[in-house]
Design a protein around this ligand. Structure first.
Ligand code: IPE
Ligand code: IPE
Ligand code: MG
Length: 262
């Protein structure tokens, strides 16, 4: 049995003070339901080898493949991968071209495997910004994998949490102005229902690789009570053992949601 498929024993592994009542952890009922990953460090991985950044991104795509499989094996239901941020458009045109080309290639080459493996792909973010060809490839991949029930895979591209929240606020403001929505009735659920993650559970665990410790505009609303795990590994080196390690760390955490712990 590989590290990634080993049953998790978070509650037993926790080092509770004598007499303390075990508080709820995400692992008592199994591994985290939804994991978000900020896949960072492709450029540094390439630089360390004297390679062009494009090869770092290519190696990063291999890590994506490994991680999806590892997540499916560990019983995670939702995996959201941050692949390209709203701010990444400001990188040099050549790098943006390399990244978008790679994404298109990956979509086309992987769709068969995803469908076979029961993985349902959804893309969140401003996909229109990539142009008609990519928009079409995304729609085709989403349709071809729509029957998947083993793992829900979200890939965030041209995604920014602030833009997403702003779009939801504008949508609500328009409806209120048109008289189709009562401002007083706008609650958390109504608001969350206007985000690109409508209907999906919030992430329980957010992982960032490469040693950086920031959100960089990822799932700002949804991360309200997520646990964060920062791993000192560059994304192209990420594998099933790293994911298992992050899940094990999550299992040692005590989630409180603002409640008092006796
Ligand atoms: C992550 O790797 C991929 C994207 C952000 C698109 P980076 O390209 O940010 O790699 P570093 O952070 O420069 O090493
Ligand atoms: C965050 O990484 C975005 C993705 C992983 C897609 P960045 O490399 O763009 O973030 P910063 O610039 O270090 O904050
Ligand atoms: Mg980076």
């Amino acid at each position: 049995m590989s590290a990634a498929t080993k049953p998790l024993d978070g509650a037993a592994a926790r080092d509770l003070p004598q007499g303390a009542a075990p508080a709820r952890t995400g692992c008592e009922g199994g591994p985290p339901r939804h994991i978000g990953i900020i896949m960072d460090g492709n450029g540094r991985w390439a630089s360390a080898r004297g390679l062009p950044r494009a090869l770092g991104h290519k190696a990063g795509a291999e890590a994506v493949r490994r991680t999806i499989e590892a997540a499916a094996q560990s019983g995670v239901s939702w995996l959201t991968l941050f692949a390209f941020s709203s701010e990444n458009w400001q990188r040099p045109a050549e790098e943006v071209r390399d990244l978008t080309g790679l994404m298109r290639m990956y979509l086309r080459s992987e769709v068969g495997t995803l469908a076979r493996e029961g993985i349902r792909l959804r893309v969140i973010g401003e996909r229109e910004r990539f142009g008609a060809e990519t928009v079409q490839a995304i729609a085709a991949a989403e349709a071809a994998t729509a029957h998947g029930t083993r793992l829900n895979l979200n890939v965030a591209v041209s995604y920014g949490g602030r833009a997403e929240i702003l779009a939801a606020a504008k949508d609500i403001a328009r409806r209120v102005a048109a008289g189709t929505l009562d401002a007083e009735k706008v609650d958390m659920a109504e608001f969350a229902g206007r985000l690109s993650t409508a209907g999906m559970p919030d992430p329980d665990l957010i992982i960032r690789t490469s040693g950086e410790q920031r959100l960089s505009n990822f799932l700002l609303w949804q991360a309200a009570y997520a646990e964060f795990v920062f791993q000192d590994v560059l994304w192209p080196d990420y594998d099933a053992a790293h994911l298992a390690e992050a899940i094990a760390e999550f299992c040692r955490r005590e989630r409180r949601y603002g409640l008092r712990v006796a």
